[in-house]
Write a new protein. Sequence first.
Length: 405
Amino acid sequence: MDEQSLMMLTLITLAAVTAPFLADRIEPWLKVPSVVFEILLGVLLGPALLGLVERTDVVDALSDLGLAFLMFLAGYEIEVGRIAGGPLRRATWSWLTSLGIGLALGLAVGGTDTGLVVGLALTTTALGVVLPLVKDAGLDGTRFGGRVLAVGTIGEFGPILAIAFVLSGRRPAHTLAVLVLFTALALAGAWIARKPRRPRLGRLVTATLGTSSQVAVRLCVFLVILLFAIAEWLGLDPVLGAFTAGLLVHIFLESSDATETRIVGSRLEGIGFGFLIPIFYVVTGVGLDVRSLFSDPRVLVTIPVFLVLLLVVRGVPTYLFHRQVLPRREVLALSTMAATGLPLIVVITTAGVAGGALEKAQAAALVFSGVLSVLVFPVLAQRIGETARRGTTAGERSEEPDDRL
């Protein structure tokens, strides 16, 4: 590694360390995820302001690994058993409605390629941002918490799946055939993951949990990179591979000892959230063309416009499809949380810029609208849904008699 890349990585990791301290400092007034500061510090260090960090091969490689782990952990968090049935159906139909509205609005405000990218970005939900808020409020095991998990799951999985078609340069039929092939590989992997472990593998995994070998962690990291590479090789967006890896690892660890699952999961989160994922977000900030954003007032105005569109595209369909199964305050809180989207907005705009479908200024505007959604919508949802604690208990059923579509 050359001296320049080493200095840049030092500054990037310094920004990653600084971000949580900044978030903690302002928490008495406003709860802000550290990811927001990671992006802003990246902007500060990047060419747009101080010019101390630029993208190099080494920096980009670590950033790509951070993206892979971000999507891997998003897939790992999903618990299909908790949301199966009515919650999953309503979340799916509401997202499909959001997709139609988002693509229509995107095509209305831009050309075909730009409109598809913008429309898809508007359909995302930041499950990793809203789910901790639900857990902190003690609503994780409630009907409301199950709805948040379902909406957030489809709000992440749906856009990732759509990326394969919307951002692919291939013909739809060819893309569908490749996607079917990848799905077959993923199902085969799920079948293998559900099978009882071979005694030797089980013994080795257990025996190395506290040693330098860490077989379970190494297998998981290998699977992330393998599926990331396979998706790239098949011409699909690599994030689909990493997301699938998370689902497979979750299935594999479900059959493990609870203590073993907790240890392996915490170590994977340590690799992701402690090292690679912050690098991805800081580098994203470095790459944002803020100068062009602020040099054109017309583009700058699109930031609040995109923020409103996020609420319209994700919030309104979520409200319409859940108003019969949740109290009014809870469904309003759920709809506001559904409109919170930043991680996948970053992913989609990055792919759009790389593919020439989106200008850097437009990408920056979308990302900053995502930043504002993280700042505004969760706080608004918490205030709207304060009565949810009194109206919902952990023992309530997640299915309602009218929960059919």
